[in-house]
Design a binder for this molecule. Structure first.
Ligand code: C5P
Length: 224
């Protein structure tokens, strides 16, 4: 391990729209930890490719480009090569692109150093699909946060409605199931619960309850 291995990491993995982003950000804020939204990195690769008409299938070109991207998280804004792309990067289309570019091992490898660079004192909350299995296998706390596909689709639907966007619940559920299948069935770092992760099923839990659970779990790890 590197010289950062003493810095605690809370790895939170799980499927799309499980609410892990919101939960992870709350945990980070409450503990005063840094926060890594690893999904945003795959989204940024997909978006940057779209900007230059590069195919989401072109693993080599995507990986080379990923190494050169100027990515900055400033407060709650996401900057790509100096441009605020916070809204653009969250679209369903770019989410789909993210799951396509994320299939390529070359792209995943190109994003590794960048992800590791988020591990800074006093600690990191890392949110993604392979945080506990690949990126931070030595994380002190590993959580697999999920909810049923139906509950996740409803959460995504509500989010879109709140933003005043047109949405159809059945289409959202269908897209989510496709994304789940692609994320779990790929060969490179598939979405799967790490053997040493704690399963947190949030279908019946509020955000506050999920946050409390994770902070307590992290506290217990520290006590050992
Ligand atoms: O979490 P989010 O919806 O932003 O992630 C977008 C896509 O990026 C996911 O569907 C997944 O394919 C990919 N991803 C990944 N590994 C991560 C985070 C996201 O493959 N650690």
């Amino acid at each position: 391990m590197t010289y950062t291995s003493h810095i605690p990491v809370i790895a939170i993995d799980g499927p799309s729209a499980s609410g892990k982003g919101t939960v992870a950000q709350h945990v980070a804020r409450q503990l005063g930890y840094h926060y890594l939204d690893s999904g945003a990195l795959y989204r940024l690769v997909a978006l940057a490719a779209r900007h230059v008409n590069m195919s989401w299938q072109n693993a080599g070109a995507l990986a080379t480009m990923a190494l050169e991207l100027d990515i900055r998280f400033v407060d709650d804004r996401i900057m790509l090569n100096g441009q605020d792309v916070s809204e653009e990067v969250r679209s369903e289309e770019i989410g789909k692109g993210a799951s396509e570019v994320a299939v390529h091992p070359e792209v995943r490898a190109a994003l590794l150093d960048l992800q590791h660079s988020f591990r800074k004192p006093p600690g990191l909350v890392a949110d993604g699909r392979d945080m506990a299995t690949v990126v931070f296998p030595d994380a002190a706390t590993k959580i697999f946060l999920t909810a049923t596909a139906e509950v996740r689709a409803e959460r995504r639907y509500k989010q879109l409605m709140e933003k005043g966007k047109h949405a159809n619940l059945r289409d959202i559920l269908h897209d989510l199931q496709l994304r789940d299948a692609r994320d779990s069935q790929r060969t490179a770092a598939p979405l799967q619960q790490s053997a040493d992760a704690i399963l947190l099923e949030t279908s019946q839990l509020s955000i506050e309850e999920a946050v409390k659970f994770i902070i307590e779990a992290a506290g217990q790890q520290h006590a050992h």
